[in-house]
Write a new protein. Structure first.
Ligand SMILES: NC(=O)c1ccc[n+]([C@@H]2O[C@H](COP(=O)([O-])OP(=O)(O)OC[C@H]3O[C@@H](n4cnc5c(N)ncnc54)[C@H](OP(=O)(O)O)[C@@H]3O)[C@@H](O)[C@H]2O)c1
Length: 357
């Protein structure tokens, strides 16, 4: 199309016409309708592009190579909450990629068993630090050990994975104070203070030319406000905002901070034992996470966040699709699910107490 031969003039007051290569094309629409049609086409185009990006990121576009954070001298990944579930898989898969490990957990025997298993299978060096992240004095002692290790070793990756939730879905008005404490202490204070301890060493190594990575494991219960898990939802939402502020501060330092969002994954926390389309194993979820570092997946349009597992990505994407209405639908779905979980839990408790009578 030759642009300088295109003229727009008003054919009548209401119907514009175009001249293209000497041909007059009259648009049989009043100007306001034409403007609306253009706007509509623009919005549809934007959604089409974003949907295509989602599909491509979940299928063929690879993330940053996870090995690219390692230096040649033998780098370490520090993983919290590595004694079960998602953290255990992070530990194994980082070892599988050749990283040495600093394993942080609150049960020394479980940590020792893990060291035997991982160092035997992957031939990497494993250090352990026993810390109860929910306890301030344990944190002080344990983080002093972490700092000493960070001074001596090349820590390239920090995975803030450890977390606790409510024993069962419960409205905030009935949530025990001790439970609120444990959730906030572990999920927020444990994560923030550990990061504050390790961060100077990540920045220092990155100044020498090696990239470093902080992965904060969030939850879609933080991204979509979760009724009946309000305190947990608050901590994950808080971590989401903190991660973004941190990532912004770290621009240009070579340290990348990312919030990774799972929905349900098989683990002790979810109490789900069977995998399905929407509930992957921890192994599958961590694999999808490590292969898509830096791709937003379902967290499109949100800085420094990723929702890597395909079905979780679709849920996350849908929850943001129409702004307010989709957020309200998301909250309604979560509320429905959590009420159902609580009902089933109460029925189970009633059965158990009947049996014990
Ligand atoms: N599974 C899901 O459906 C799901 C969904 C969204 C987000 N997440 C997030 O994923 C992360 C991992 O959870 P998961 O599903 O793998 O659950 P998990 O199997 O219960 O693992 C939680 C890990 O955190 C550790 N931990 C808990 N409290 C701790 C404390 N006070 N001090 C030190 N370590 C502590 C646990 O240690 P112990 O072995 O000693 O208990 C365990 O290793 C959590 O941040 C969770 O919020 C999970």
């Amino acid at each position: 199309m030759v642009l300088d031969t295109v003229q727009v003039k008003s054919h009548s007051h209401a119907h514009p016409s175009f001249h293209i290569l000497g041909q007059e094309i009259v648009v049989d629409l009043p100007i306001p309708a034409l403007v609306l049609a253009f706007l509509g086409a623009g919005v549809a185009f934007r959604y089409l592009i974003s949907f295509l990006r989602l599909i491509l990121e979940l299928t063929i576009i690879p993330g940053t190579n996870i090995k690219s954070y390692k230096s040649k001298t033998g780098s370490y990944a520090l993983v919290t909450g590595c004694t079960s579930g998602i953290g255990l898989e992070f530990a194994k898969q980082f070892a599988g990629k050749g990283y040495n490990l600093i394993l942080l957990g609150r049960r020394q025997t479980a940590l020792d068993d893990l060291v035997k298993e991982i160092s035997g299978k992957y031939k990497v060096d494993c250090k352990t630090v026993m810390v109860d992240l929910g306890d301030a004095s344990s944190r002080a002692k344990g983080f002093a050990q972490v700092e000493k290790l960070a001074q001596e070793l090349d820590v390239a990756v920090l995975v803030n994975n450890a977390g606790v939730s409510h024993e069962v879905c419960v409205i905030f008005n009935e949530t025990p104070h001790e439970e609120i404490d444990a959730i906030v202490q572990t999920n927020i204070l444990g994560t923030l203070h550990l990061t504050r301890t390790v961060l100077p060493y990540l920045v220092a190594r990155s100044k020498k030319g090696s990239k470093s990575l902080i992965l904060n494991v969030g939850s879609l219960d933080g991204r979509i406000p979760a009724a009946l898990l309000a305190a947990y939802s608050c901590t994950k939402g808080g971590l989401q905002t903190w991660t973004k502020a941190l990532a912004w501060e770290l621009r240009g330092t070579g340290v990348q901070a990312l919030m990774v969002q799972p929905a349900f994954v098989i683990s002790n926390m979810s109490k789900i034992r069977r995998a399905s389309l929407t509930v992957p194993t921890a192994k599958a979820w961590v694999k999808s996470c490590l292969s898509s570092i830096g791709s937003a997946g379902g967290a499109q349009g949100r800085a420094y966040e990723m929702t890597p597992y395909w079905s979780h990505a679709i849920m996350d994407y849908a929850a943001g699709f129409f702004g307010y209405p989709s957020e309200m639908i998301g909250m309604w779905v979560v509320d429905y699910m959590h009420k159902d979980i609580r009902k089933r839990w109460l029925r189970k408790k009633a059965r158990e107490s009947k049996k014990s009578e």
